[in-house]
Design a protein around this ligand. Structure first.
Ligand SMILES: Nc1ncnc2c1ncn2[C@@H]1O[C@H](COP(=O)(O)OP(=O)(O)O)[C@@H](O)[C@H]1O
Ligand SMILES: [Mg+2]
Length: 255
C-alpha cells in the first residue's frame, strides 16, 4: 500500500486522528529508527486525543455555554471576601456525584456567572452532560414554544448531570408560567438527585416575593436547599473596574 492508500484506508476505518498525523509519524519513525511499538503507540495516542477533543467539543456545544472561563483567569485579590475555597470545592465537581446544588448569591459584577460557567465548563471537560441557561431569557422563550417543543426543552433541563440557572430573578417578578416551570424543573431534578447551580443578585429571603405566592417559594427553596452549598459573593463590580479602565485609556489616548 502507498501512503495515500493507507491514509484512505484509515479514513474508511474512521481513524482520522491517525490519518491526520500519519506523515509526521512516518517521518519521525524514519528519522530516528524508532522501534515499531513506539510509533504504533504514538499513532494510537493521536487517535485517542482526537476523539477526546471531539467529544468535549460536542459536549461544550451541547451545554450552550457561550464562553470557556476558568478559575485561572480569575483575580481573587479584586474581591478578597469571595468564598474562594468553596469555589474551588465546586470546581472539583464532587457535588455533581453527590447530587448537591449550589446557590451563588451576591452583587452584580462580582463574578457569579464567571464562577458558575467555569464550573460548568470543567464539568463538560470531565464528561458530564451540562446545560447552561440564562434563566429569565430562557423562561420567556419557553413560554412561546408549542407543547412539543416545550416537552423537548423540559427534557433538556431535567436530564443533564448539571443545570446552571444563571441570573435567576434578574427582572425580579417572573410570570406565573415561568414560576411553574422553575418549580417543575427543581422538583424533577430533585427526584433524580441531579445538581443545579443557581446564580442570582436577589437574596433568598426575597424569592417568595418574586413568585406567585410564598408557598411556591418555600417548595422551590426546600428542594434546592436540601443538599446545597451557599456561596455569598460580596464585593465590588469587576465590570465597573473594566469600564473605568477603558475610560482612563480613552482619556489617555485623546490627551
Ligand atoms: N475577580 C475577577 N477576576 C477577573 N474577572 C472577573 C472577576 N470578577 C468578575 N470578572 C469578570 O467581570 C465580568 C462580570 O462578571 P460576572 O461573572 O458576569 O458577574 P456577575 O454574574 O456576578 O454579575 C465578567 O467578564 C467576568 O469574567
Ligand atoms: Mg451574572
Amino acid at each position: 500500500m502507498s501512503i495515500n492508500e493507507i491514509e484512505r484506508a484509515l479514513r474508511e476505518l474512521r481513524l482520522s486522528g491517525i490519518a491526520d498525523t500519519l506523515n509526521t509519524r512516518v517521518m519521525q519513525a524514519q528519522s530516528s529508527q524508532q522501534p515499531f511499538l513506539e510509533t504504533l503507540a504514538a499513532m494510537l495516542q493521536d487517535e485517542i486525543d482526537r476523539r477526546h477533543s471531539r467529544l468535549s467539543e460536542r459536549r461544550f456545544k451541547h451545554s450552550r455555554l457561550d464562553e470557556r472561563p476558568t478559575l485561572v483567569d480569575f483575580d481573587w485579590r479584586f474581591n478578597p471576601k469571595l468564598p474562594r475555597q468553596a469555589c474551588f470545592e465546586l470546581h472539583t465537581l464532587k457535588f455533581i456525584g453527590e447530587g448537591a446544588n449550589a446557590l451563588i448569591i451576591g452583587k452584580p459584577g462580582t463574578g457569579k456567572s464567571h464562577v458558575a460557567k467555569a464550573v460548568a465548563y470543567q464539568a463538560t471537560l470531565h464528561g458530564h452532560d451540562v446545560r447552561y441557561v440564562e434563566a429569565d431569557t430562557e423562561f420567556a422563550r419557553f413560554a412561546l414554544c408549542n407543547a412539543q417543543e416545550q416537552a423537548a426543552l423540559m427534557r433538556a433541563y431535567v436530564e443533564p448531570d448539571l443545570l446552571v440557572l444563571d441570573d435567576l430573578f434578574l427582572a425580579r417578578r417572573i410570570s406565573d408560567a415561568s414560576a411553574e416551570l422553575l418549580q417543575s424543573i427543581v422538583h424533577q431534578r430533585y427526584k433524580r438527585r441531579a445538581s443545579i447551580v443557581v446564580t442570582s443578585n436577589r437574596i433568598v429571603q426575597d424569592w417568595g416575593k418574586y413568585l406567585r405566592d410564598a408557598t411556591m417559594g418555600t417548595t422551590i427553596l426546600d428542594r434546592l436547599m436540601h443538599r446545597c452549598v451557599m456561596l455569598e459573593f460580596e464585593g465590588k463590580s469587576y465590570r465597573l473596574k473594566e469600564a473605568a479602565a477603558r475610560i482612563a485609556l480613552n482619556a489617555e489616548a485623546s490627551a
